[in-house]
Design a protein around this ligand. Sequence first.
Ligand SMILES: *Cc1c(COP(=O)(O)O)cnc(C)c1O
Length: 359
Amino acid sequence: MTMPIDLRSDTVTKPSAAMRDFIANCDVDDDVIDVDPTVGALQDLIAEMTGKEDAIFMPSGTMTNQIGLRVHCRPGDEFICESGCHIYNYEQGAFASLSGLAPSLITGDQGILEPEQLHGMVKADNEHFAITRLLCLENTHNRGGGRIQPYDNVEKICQWAHENGLQTHLDGARLFNAVAATGISAKQWASHFDTVSICFSKGLGAPVGSALCGTKEQMYLARRHRKAFGGGMRQAGVIAAGALFGLQHHVQRMSEDHENAQKLADAVRATDGLSLPGPVDTNIVMMDVDPEVGTAAALAGELDMKGVRCLALGPQRIRLVTHLDVSADQTETACEIIQDTVKEVLEGTRVLSSTGAQY
Ligand SMILES: *Cc1c(COP(=O)(O)O)cnc(C)c1O
């Protein structure tokens, strides 16, 4: 029995022996009373890489995003975001329940926004309206299939926001994928934003954690909010060490994940019954399943039994994500399994069992 090839998410990576060794040997101290030295080193490094004054380590990207919103906004304010974004779709509406904020949505093409779409989005100073305070962008865009926001768009959109008195926040959970794919540095991308959230537990391969980056004053407030949200962590160097190791060793290699994603995309293109809803820019491949083959959930269930794990994200859509723990050889094996399974179903030699929806 070989290990399954797990393409459900880039969050499934497990710490390597070298990472575990680094974690075992890191210095720790109480990060609530003071600053844990390993957390401090991680915060300094990610602040430097994003060109910000300071950074603060938190347990999740949901917390760094939600505290980012909290730092910029007051109850009753609204923030502008893309309708497919993580902050709106996958964080339980915490902006409303925890901070009293309203979202103002615009829909992009696979999450990609054009500068013209923003015009008229700042509400007038009128007592009927919420105060528009903040603009959020996501890069790369998760639900958009790992698409990269074009750099010129980001520059123009953030310039528009600042000219209109808005603050800007980047959900850069996968910003380093955009860096690897474009050659544009994290600092350059981040320069257009007041605050930036970075996840260490995605392509960087760490077990836990995210950072929020911004000015010293913003991070002072963020640290206060982190405590109130229950995110003050004591000897947090134990988890920060994994993140530090990921930042030091796993940035350059991310282009391998992108190459593997292109192999999967080629296999999808070459298979009757499967199609790509759009271009594949980074490490996420969205794959549409022709109803003739069956539902996404049924195909995902069958692939799972054959050792390829993936997620059904919609009635006919499956997501495949490449990462540190999927080699080029495993990617080729996954391509063969996917192609053979769909071919057999269309030829009538394999019948998909109907499994429950996962999305
Ligand atoms: C994963 C992710 C997050 C944060 O998720 P957590 O599971 O809370 O760490 C935020 N934004 C995007 C775009 C993501 O993909």
